[in-house]
Ligand binder design. Structure first.
Ligand code: ASP
Length: 354
């Protein structure tokens, strides 16, 4: 089945031009040197993760164990406010983390969602995979499990994340009891200038995904996030949903997603990407097809721009069993991380729209 030819693509020509240009740049990569293994790809924030993953893969580690060790470094970094310790909290100021892992050779997954107080949800997801007959544990159950297997609870809300949350809360509603920044009573010594209206603080997305293949062609994947900033408590994004935020088929490849989780859940994004690769698409084409599907199925007006294109970003990542890889974003300007055994580098994502 060729969905690209059979489906009308949004507002036909205007939208299809960037898609086709991305597709042709995808096929021009065929002339580049062939795929190599081991290989790791990650979201843009994943440089430390792919370096660690590659180091461990070279020493013969299992791909998934190597990936989780790599992602742990990013979860531990308080300055990455999209993941783990220091992640932005929910609307009540509580950090809730989501993560999933999948092991190619065993075709077993593990995940945790809305996990509080544990800084390394990817490791907890790996324990769900290893120690339980289940795939996904949530909320209090996930925390109880994490404690039972030895993880130590701690406060995950750094001052930096708390202050960002407070700024967001203050400007939420002009009639609530929190004074906006420009209304606050200044008790400091008088100073000149300053001010202007407070900046609008948007919700922010951010996540780490990493997929890797070892020298034998065995795959693994992990996606870890603090999710949408200031979300409703209990909101779960795509990252811990198997087939949405990541998926592995050891016969085909591995895929993952970052960006607007609601769109990725409602498209089974990572699973779709794997199916497209199984049907013969190269990894970049597979990513673009998922984005195209999301664009076609985005119906809410508040999620579309005046050209009828999604006004949010989703980035898809795909790694084929032979080491071929690709990534695509809804629009231009995103990049991802690759480690091919020689060095970690950023490469531009293909894009569906200009
Ligand atoms: N996909 C994540 C979520 O929706 C957030 C992100 O990647 O920006 O929870």
């Amino acid at each position: 089945m060729d969905t690209l030819n059979r489906r009308t693509f949004l507002a036909a020509s205007a939208a299809s031009v960037p898609f086709l240009s991305a597709m042709s740049s995808a096929s021009s990569r065929a002339s580049q040197p062939g795929p190599s293994r081991p290989l790791a790809i990650s979201s843009r924030n994943g440089t430390p993760a792919v370096k660690r993953t590659m180091e461990l893969l070279r020493g013969g580690a299992d791909p998934l164990e190597a990936i989780v060790a790599g992602i742990t470094l990013v979860e531990d970094d308080p300055n990455d406010m999209s993941v783990g310790y220091g992640g932005l909290p929910n609307e009540q100021g509580v950090v809730e983390l989501d993560a999933s892992v999948m092991h190619g050779r065993n075709h077993k997954a593990g995940a945790v969602a809305a996990l509080q107080s544990i800084r390394n949800p990817a490791q907890v997801a790996l324990e769900v995979l290893r120690r339980t007959d289940h795939v996904l544990l949530v909320g209090e159950g996930a925390l109880a499990f994490a404690k039972a297997v030895g993880f130590k609870p701690q406060n995950l809300l750094t001052d930096q994340a708390r202050e960002a949350w407070l700024r967001w809360k203050q400007q939420l509603n002009p009639r609530d009891d929190w004074l906006d920044k420009d209304q606050q009573v200044d008790t400091k010594p008088a100073r000149s200038g300053g001010g202007g209206p407070p900046p609008h603080i948007p919700f922010t997305h951010g996540t780490i995904h990493c997929s890797a293949v070892d020298a034998n062609g065995d795959l693994g994947a992990c996606t870890s996030t603090s999710g949408l900033s200031y979300k409703l408590p209990g909101r779960v994004g795509d990252s811990p949903i198997i087939g949405a935020g990541m998926f592995v088929d050891n016969e085909v490849g591995s895929a993952g997603a970052t960006g607007r989780g609601e769109a990725v859940i409602q498209s089974c994004g990572a699973f779709q990407a794997i199916q497209h690769m199984a049907d013969g698409d190269d990894p970049t084409e597979a990513c673009l097809r998922v984005l195209k599907w999301i664009a076609e199925h985005t119906k809410r007006h508040d999620l579309l721009n005046d050209r009828g294109e999604p006004n949010f970003n989703v980035i898809m990542y795909a790694l084929r069993k032979d080491g071929a890889y690709g990534s695509a974003a809804m629009r231009k300007g995103s990049s991802f991380t690759v480690h091919d055994g020689t060095q970690a580098r950023h490469e531009p994502c293909a894009s569906l729209f200009e």
